[in-house]
Unconditional design. Sequence first.
Length: 141
Amino acid sequence: MLIWEFVVPGIPLSVNSKDPKKKRRWIERVRGCATGYLPDEGFPLAHDVSVSVTYFHGGPTDVDIDNILKRIIDGMYPEVLVDDAQIQDVSASRRDMQGGSFRNPPAIVLPNLISGEPFVYVAVYPAMTQEELLWIGKLQG
């Protein structure tokens, strides 16, 4: 069950960027997109969550998916999340918009796919229980 989703236009900033102005601008962009349509009630979330991040680009890219997560997550609090320690699960992917077709994209993503401009799609879900993680089970003994 989806709790919240948002799109951030542009090429995500890597955690390796040393420019403090770029860092601050990207985090503020993420925050602005994350909070642009927040409902009046229920936020910030105070419970554990799972976060899914997908970077859509249009052709060759040198963006390492693991290096974009921190700045995106930093932009989600304190308005969306009370603390980033609430994130129990993270999934991240990078997809070429020119590399094929997309079936049933979320409505919020469709205009961005049509534009062909790079963007990041972020979805927040309830955290998975340990029972949902198939490899974590009861120890036999």
